[in-house]
Design a protein around this ligand. Sequence first.
Ligand SMILES: [Zn+2]
Length: 88
Amino acid sequence: MYKRIQGNGSITIPVMLRRSLGIKPRDTMEIISQGDGSIVIRPCTVECVFCGGTENVAVRKGVRMCLACYLKINVRKEDRNGREETGN
Ligand SMILES: [Zn+2]
């Protein structure tokens, strides 16, 4: 199979391949140079940087994290603020 690189550097993954691998528009792909002139392009599972989970992961406050970790961190901040206010 041969594909040409477009003027903007993009390359189209053939629809049959996308369908068979379950790749959808806006999915994240990992691009790895093998060092021997070959390149591997594979679906990238977006993981939470804190727990490694893959459910409800989004960039929150500049960090890729799941909703559960985001809520935990925010609850901790509220706890800390609460303690600071009542600790004196
Ligand atoms: Zn997480």
